[in-house]
Every structure is written in C-alpha cells, then in structure tokens.
Design a protein around this ligand. Structure first.
Ligand SMILES: [Zn+2]
Ligand SMILES: [Zn+2]
Ligand SMILES: [Zn+2]
Length: 200
C-alpha cells in the first residue's frame, strides 16, 4: 500500500497500489465512520519493516451488543497494512509506533486521489487539549500535541523518559511528557532544581 504522512494535519493517507489493495481500502472507507478506531492486533516483521494487523468494524465495546466484541463476531474485519516502496514501508513503521504508543489508530475520513483511487485518512488520536489530530508517537502517548506542549506550564520530574530509541532515566514534564532536554537544549548539566526554577 502507498502511505504518506501529512504532518501539519497529524494524519496519514493510505491508498492501494494493486487492484486487491484498492478494493480493501474501499471496504474500509465504506464501512468506517469518522472517529471510529482500528484496533492494533500486532505486527509481523520483514527485516527492518513492519506489516501491521488491524481490526475494524466492531472493535469498540458494545457495537455488536456484546460487552466485549468476540473473535467470532461477524462484523469484525481484518486489515493488513504493508508498504509498497521503501518510503511507504518507513511510513508503516511510523504507523506501528503510533499503534503501540497510542493504542491503535483512528479513522479520520477518506480522500479521492488521482486515477479514481480512494485513500483512507488515519491518525493516532486527538490532542486532549485542543482536539487537533496528532501523528507523532510522543504526542499520541501523552495525548497532547506539540503546540499545546509548547504552551504547557511544565512540571518537571525525574523518572523514565519516553523518547529516543529506548526509555532512559532523566527529567520530563509530568503534564505533557516532553523531556526536559527537548526544551532546554542550550543548557547542559542543569539540575532538576534549576529546571523547575526556569519553568516557574
Ligand atoms: Zn462484535
Ligand atoms: Zn493540542
Ligand atoms: Zn509540559
């Protein structure tokens, strides 16, 4: 599948490269309504790239009149997202991070592309403060967009910082989750007290 990220709007466009994929995308865009979630069912790795397994149609509690949708539910449909080109595959890796840190994907809508192709518009989630869709895994993890994080009255604490390749021990804001180092790049060796003084 072809995958492109629209960072300004916090979304990805995903459209079919083959006839089968185009049909699959049509099914999703004809079934899903704006705001419905696609449930992350895991990934398969092919070298450094991920192939995503998702489910939609009846993954929200109660939509098939069950307390929790059952695996045999007839409304439940599978969707596999695999990139076509290397660029697409890199974007799919980004989508996987969103699934992992944001808990699945949200269906935003559809867009007509050239050549009678339909793209599904996907995002991680909406910012809990301003409602803007976010497409970075850090923003998804904390549910706060970069714009709102920049306006946050940070309360820095020490602990496991989510950022970079793996969590590390450091200083981060307990409200927006951003690492202290992301804001005060020019200062090195700043103590927690200095950071808190600078933030207040
Ligand atoms: Zn169901
Ligand atoms: Zn926001
Ligand atoms: Zn903050």
């Amino acid at each position: 599948m072809r995958v492109a990220r629209d960072e300004a709007n916090g979304v990805w466009l995903v459209w079919g490269a083959s006839a089968v994929e185009k049909h699959t995308i049509e099914q999703v865009t004809n079934t899903m309504k704006q705001g419905e979630r696609l449930k992350y069912m895991g990934r398969r790795k092919l070298g450094e790239f991920s192939i995503l397994s998702l489910e939609y149609g009846c993954t929200e509690k109660g939509s098939c009149f069950q307390r929790e949708c059952l695996p045999e539910c007839s409304q439940r449909k599978k969707l596999t997202i695999a990139g076509t080109t290397t660029k697409d595959k890199n974007e799919v890796n980004g989508l996987r991070d969103i699934c992992y840190f944001g808990g699945g994907l949200v269906f935003v809508g559809k867009k007509q592309m050239g050549g009678s192709k339909t793209a599904m518009i996907l995002s991680g989630k909406r910012c809990s403060i301003c409602g803007q869709y976010v497409s970075s895994w850090l923003a998804c993890h904390w549910g706060i967009c970069d714009t709102c994080a920049a306006k946050c009255e940070h309360e820095f604490v020490e602990g496991a910082v989510i950022g970079g390749e793996a969590p590390y021990h450091g200083t981060y804001c307990k409200k927006c989750g951003r690492a202290h180092s992301a804001f005060i790049k020019t200062q090195t060796g700043t103590s927690l007290e200095q950071v808190q003084a600078a933030a207040s």
